[in-house]
Design a protein around this ligand. Structure first.
Ligand code: NAP
Length: 282
């Protein structure tokens, strides 16, 4: 899984460890990685947690991390793409893309593709993608320019974050279509609004978050992790694929956004993303 060092991801990792999974966590900081392993293994008999250091926004890192994962595990039961950022200021990734799109979409897209063989060997196996209801704020998606650095002024930052989460769901749907019959399933979910450090870049949110975390408005990271854990482990989801499961109260009443009803768009996003990370489209 990715992003197990804090927030929702740490609770997903904790849940997997408690269920007896041998967990590999992709994370970018050695010190936080060590602290996470110590915390997750303390008091759990037989706990097995390993970390793989790499920055998901850097394609070279993703390739290196995938290679070490494949050296260590020849088959995978579950891949949870959880890591993500919500940036307020525009930044460019090492590969020249918008950094929020590189972290939230291109990195997980590349990692998943590089691990597909191991997931196929582990079948029945599952890919779970932590997306968000924020995908509704993406605006119109220009596939050719999906990762171009652009303006974060006015509502721009929220639109780019929304776009990254829309791309998460389109990728999941297209992955589910491509893996049909292989025993590898793919589902996306929204954890609800959760008290984590995700919006630490946005002024005032830490204070507001600390206040709201004492009320039922914000969910705890453990609550936010619940649906991802169910999709990753419960027998009832073993054959479900291509779904988007939202834990945001009332979201089930909202209509699906048009982009998610268009398989051609999913295919175009896959092909464009493959070109951006240097993979052949298959
Ligand atoms: N919180 C919410 O209300 C909410 C709502 C909907 C969806 N989500 C989604 O939930 C997921 C987890 O977010 P969270 O709320 O738990 O936030 P968080 O506490 O900030 O956790 C984010 C995780 O992603 C990792 N990460 C960030 N950038 C990375 C990079 N370039 N390479 C590798 N790892 C990276 C972080 O690692 P470091 O420890 O190194 O920073 C951290 O482990 C995200 O995909 C987010 O979009 C959150």
């Amino acid at each position: 899984m990715t992003g197990g060092t804090s927030g929702i991801g740490k609770e997903i990792a904790r849940g997997l460890v408690r269920r007896g999974f041998h967990v590999g966590i992709v994370c970018r900081n050695e010190l936080r990685a060590k602290a996470t392993v110590d915390e997750l293994t303390r008091g759990v008999r037989g706990a097995r947690v390993e970390t793989f250091i790499g920055d998901l926004s850097v394609q070279l890192d993703v390739r290196r991390v995938a290679a070490s994962l494949l050296e260590r595990f020849d088959r995978l039961d579950v891949l949870v793409n959880n890591a993500g950022v919500q940036l307020l200021r525009a930044k460019t990734s090492a590969d020249g893309h918008d950094r929020m799109i590189a972290t939230n979409h291109l990195g997980p897209f590349l990692l998943t593709n590089l691990l597909l063989g191991a997931l196929e060997k582990g079948a029945p196996s599952r890919v779970v993608v932590v997306a968000s209801e924020a995908h509704r704020q993406a605006g119109r998606l220009d596939v050719e320019r999906l990762a171009e650095p652009g303006s974060y002024r006015a509502a721009g930052a929220m639109r780019v974050y929304g776009r990254s989460k829309l791309l998460n769901i389109l990728f999941t749907q297209e992955l589910a279509r491509r893996m049909e019959g292989s025993g590898v399933t793919a589902n996306a979910m929204c954890p609800g609004v959760v008290a984590t450090g995700l919006a630490r870049d946005v002024w005032g949110t830490e204070r507001l978050g600390a206040l709201l975390a004492r009320t039922p408005v914000l969910r705890t990271p453990a609550q936010g992790a619940r649906m991802a854990l169910r999709l990753a482990t419960e027998p009832q989801y073993e054959t479900c694929s291509g779904g988007f499961y939202s834990s945001t109260p009332g979201a089930g009443l909202l209509p699906r956004v048009g982009a998610l009803k268009d398989p051609e768009l999913g295919r175009a996003v896959w092909e464009r993303s493959a070109r951006l990370v240097g993979l052949p489209s298959r």
